[in-house]
Design a protein around this ligand. Sequence first.
Ligand SMILES: Cc1cc2nc3c(=O)[nH]c(=O)nc-3n(C[C@H](O)[C@H](O)[C@H](O)COP(=O)(O)O)c2cc1C
Length: 218
Amino acid sequence: MTRILRIDASARTVRSLSRKLGDRFIADWSALNGPADVTLRDVGKTPPPIISDDWIAAVFSQEMTPEQQALTRISDEFIAELAEAEMIVITTPMYNYGMPAALKAWFDQVVRINKTFTFDLARGDRPLEPILPGKPVVALTSCGEFGFGPGELNEGGDNLVPHLRFASRYLGMSDFHHVGIEYQEFGDARHERSAAEANRAVRDLAARLSQQPVRAAV
Ligand SMILES: Cc1cc2nc3c(=O)[nH]c(=O)nc-3n(C[C@H](O)[C@H](O)[C@H](O)COP(=O)(O)O)c2cc1C
């Protein structure tokens, strides 16, 4: 049974296209590999706390006080979920050309010194090194506009997928995959086409990933 950590980030709990893509991927994966063991972390419904001065002091302290332990408990929980996962599925809308604040808050809670990365200036210009073992990260997105590619109408506006791809290295990413729906705000034939293509792409992705061995978690 594949252990999948699923992060849902849409504030919409019904009618969410990104959540539907997530359901599609899990169903397609399970059809090919048998039922998956899915841990759902719904940050859209329950946004994680924003990190604070006290939180930063806690994670950099040599030995935590009981108060600091309490302050970092949710971060510990999120990181334990990450460490146990063999695959990570993130479903998310684009909000204001980037990720929803709730998802960013989750990243801020899990990218943590000596838990998900080490820091050593002896490594030169790349002092940060991820700790967790490699696993595929699947990002399933939805946005209202369209054309964020090179030379297209909204080139430069996509600060969602590049951010997810880059930050995912600290989740222990081995490979990154993205499928997205566009044109949601137009609700026209282009949107219908985009949604249909995304469903097909999700099915193909599930099939492709089924061919590669899933790496064991820690
Ligand atoms: C607060 C908010 C901000 C949004 N910002 C953008 C945006 O910057 N660019 C865009 O293409 N769509 C934007 N949208 C549209 C959503 O990305 C789109 O509705 C998407 O389908 C939402 O994901 P969901 O269906 O999973 O809830 C925004 C929607 C909301 C509610």
